[in-house]
Design a protein around this ligand. Structure first.
Ligand code: RIB
Ligand code: CA
Length: 312
């Protein structure tokens, strides 16, 4: 069994950070080969998402994994970020030290060209801007798993749109249109089930046993708990990107259905609305594996197991 090589493209924010800590644990266990991390603008701007990513990986003892900031803005629409959700710099009440910026690269396409092999798992947990930009000039990478969309399910940004798809709807549309192998899609209907509350966070921080990265989690997650509470979701946090990584790597059981996805871009009211042709009206080839269910209890057990391996 070869160790899967992984590249994650994220917009580190708080749930992206939780996912990165999980990937760092798997990498240090030798269960994956985390080759590189690139970032998009979304939760905060692309440079800051890269700074946050660099900071989290350094705290996980992985200073040598390259981190590069990707495209600075969506393909067509103006950039909108969400400090109200992830905090002024994207890590809630935590902030990366200023000097981290010096160690963020900008050669994201070169990293993709070098690291994306036929067997590489590419995980996208932010807007699909880099994926679409890359696909404009390269073979579409196989083995893509993407967090995004809301399918026959309420949006979290507009009544019908999920944040990643809303931030850059043209990129999402182009990515699904360009996909030459189905994209595994983790959408709100599944990822909103992955919840961390203060009690579970306390257990996770204990399991980290003083690992340096544990120090930022209470401040990061408290901001996220407060946001979710203000949204009427309770004092807890939806950790969308973590579940997406576990599904991408087959670390939890899940169910998926083959379908064709398209994205609305031009309607101001319906911008970023994702549609799955579940009854085959369009007679177009499937470009997605839409995840319909996942083992959430198993995901929590896997998170605790993996994070405990980071304890010094
Ligand atoms: O809608 C949830 C998604 O938007 C997550 O990836 C979160 O990090 C934000 O990027
Ligand atoms: Ca994200």
């Amino acid at each position: 069994m070869t160790t899967p090589s992984v590249l994650i493209d994220c917009d580190t924010g708080i749930d992206d950070a939780v996912a990165l800590i999980y990937l760092a644990a798997l990498h240090r266990e030798g269960l994956i080969d985390l080759r590189a991390v690139t970032t998009t603008a979304g939760n905060v701007d692309a440079r800051q998402t890269a700074i946050n990513t660099r900071y989290v990986l350094d705290l996980c003892g992985l200073p040598d994994i390259p981190v590069a900031a990707g495209e600075a803005r969506p393909l067509v629409v103006d950039l909108v970020t969400t400090p109200e959700t992830h905090g002024p710099t994207g890590l809630g009440y935590a902030t990366a030290p200023k000097d981290v910026d010096k160690r963020v690269r900008s050669d994201w396409q070169a990293l993709w060209e070098r690291q994306l092999g036929d067997e590489t798992r590419l995980i996208v947990t932010g807007p699909a801007t880099n994926l679409a930009a890359y696909a404009r000039g390269h073979r579409f990478p196989p083995g893509v798993t993407l967090m995004g969309g809301a399918y026959l399910y309420p949006g979290n940004t507009t009544p019908t749109a999920e944040w990643n798809s809303w931030v850059d709807p043209h990129a999402a549309k182009e990515a699904f249109a360009a996909a030459t192998s189905p994209i595994t899609v983790c959408s709100l209907g599944v990822t909103e089930q992955m919840l961390i509350d203060p009690a579970r966070l306390a257990t996770l921080v204990d399991a980290l046993g003083g690992a340096p990265v544990a120090a930022i989690l209470p401040r990061a997650l408290r901001f996220y708990f407060e946001f979710h509470e203000a949204q009427g979701e309770g004092y807890q946090a939806q950790i969308h990107d973590l579940l997406t990584c576990m599904i991408a790597l087959g670390r939890v059981d899940y169910e998926a259905t083959a379908t064709t996805v398209d994205v609305e871009c031009d309607s101001p009211l319906l911008r970023g609305t994702t549609v799955a042709d579940l009854r085959g009206y369009w007679a177009r080839p499937a470009n997605a594996r839409l995840v319909t269910a996942a083992d959430i209890d198993g995901a929590h057990e896997e998170l605790l197991r993996a994070w405990a391996t980071l304890a010094p």
